[in-house]
Design a protein around this ligand. Structure first.
Ligand SMILES: Cc1cc2nc3c(=O)[nH]c(=O)nc-3n(C[C@H](O)[C@H](O)[C@H](O)COP(=O)(O)O)c2cc1C
Length: 323
């Protein structure tokens, strides 16, 4: 249905990347995206134990024969994992595609990635970061506008402006996202010149995503007004689902709270636990596209519907053109 440099580069059916997600992008989620025809991205940062990381890679390969990727995390973290150790395991297990994301391009690891014959896509939020990643040898660039769920950086550029700017600034294929809630958004990002799209928020509602059903139900009722930016005071701005936890974090930040005061609300352990409870969901990254997400569906149906809607949107636009 869609043929782009991204579908060719990664050998996937749909030009859809299933955004990596802290605590959620485990083996089941990753395999489900790939098996559905997109590219699933396992979050290596979920695995401090390299034995469990290796097992997750084996699990994915057992669940799907299709291509998948692994994210290497370059965001600041309290308990930083050595990406070199993750890369050792990835090379050993034959991972073919790497995604890097965070506050810098993976200059220190690109040599190893290339030597192992892996493809690299780097995710960022601005033109200069995209150009930097291309200059060190990234095979594709992912950019997300600040509507997106998760880290937004500090530039605050919308998807509508950022994607074409990056498309015009690099030669490698671009994957665009931030705020895609349905196939119309997917078609729009492709119209901006991207050759692939990335979604995170929409996939929170996939049946295979390991979030408590009660949280998914509440997300189905959320609108585009139900997200907020937090953690800017720590230089780590995130767009999250607005709830009791995040309103408290924002209140503390406004009072000049230090990291220690915020930790009881934002620590990884607490966040992870809350995802499994019928609670307020804790600090759950979530983009403005949530206002367009209304139904929990199996991943295969979700991706099929998305691609179908995008195709319908493109046909509708075509009909607007007189012969
Ligand atoms: C719950 C959640 C967790 C995420 N965790 C990460 C992460 O650990 N690393 C990362 O690079 N991106 C992370 N993201 C961002 C996604 O991979 C993707 O870039 C983003 O969700 C796309 O924008 P959208 O949410 O508007 O679709 C996360 C997103 C969500 C919704």
């Amino acid at each position: 249905m869609f043929k782009t440099r991204i579908t060719e580069l990664f050998g996937i059916q749909y030009p859809i990347i299933g955004g990596t997600m802290m605590h959620l992008a485990m083996a089941d989620y990753t395999a489900a995206v790939s098996e559905a025809g997109g590219l699933g991205v396992l979050a290596s940062a979920n695995f401090k134990d390299m034995g469990l990381f290796r097992q997750a890679l084996k699990d994915i390969k057992q669940k799907t024969q299709k291509p998948f990727a692994v994210n290497l995390n370059f965001f600041p973290a309290l308990n930083q994992i050595d990406n070199n150790l993750s890369l050792d395991v990835m090379i050993d297990e034959g991972v073919r595609i790497v995604e890097s994301s965070g506050h810098r391009a993976p200059e220190d690891l690109i040599g190893r990635v290339k030597k192992a014959g892996m493809k690299l896509m780097h995710k960022c939020v601005g033109v200069r970061y995209a150009k930097k990643a291309e200059s060190i040898g990234a095979d594709a660039i992912t950019v997300v506008g600040y509507e997106n769920g998760g880290a937004t950086g500090t530039l605050d550029i919308t998807t509508l402006c950022l994607v074409p700017r990056v498309v015009d600034s690099v030669k490698v294929p671009v994957i665009g996202g931030g705020g895609i809630g349905d196939g119309r958004g997917m078609a729009a990002v492709l119209a901006l010149g991207a050759e692939g799209v990335i979604l995170g928020t929409k996939l929170l509602l996939a049946a295979e995503t390991p979030l408590h059903p009660e949280i998914k139900k509440r997300l189905c009722e959320a609108s585009e007004l139900d997200t907020q930016l937090i953690l800017r005071s720590l230089g780590n701005t995130h767009r999250v689902w607005k709830n009791e936890t995040t309103l408290k974090v924002a209140e503390l930040e406004a009072k000049g709270a230090a990291l220690e005061d915020l930790l009881p609300f934002i620590s990884g352990m607490i966040t992870k636990e809350k995802f499994q409870q019928a609670s307020d969901g804790g600090m759950l990254a979530c983009g403005q596209g949530i206002g367009l997400c209304r139904q929990v569906k199996p991943m295969a149906e979700l991706l099929r519907d998305l691609a179908g809607e995008a195709q319908a949107a493109l046909k509708r636009l075509n009909r607007l053109l007189p012969d």
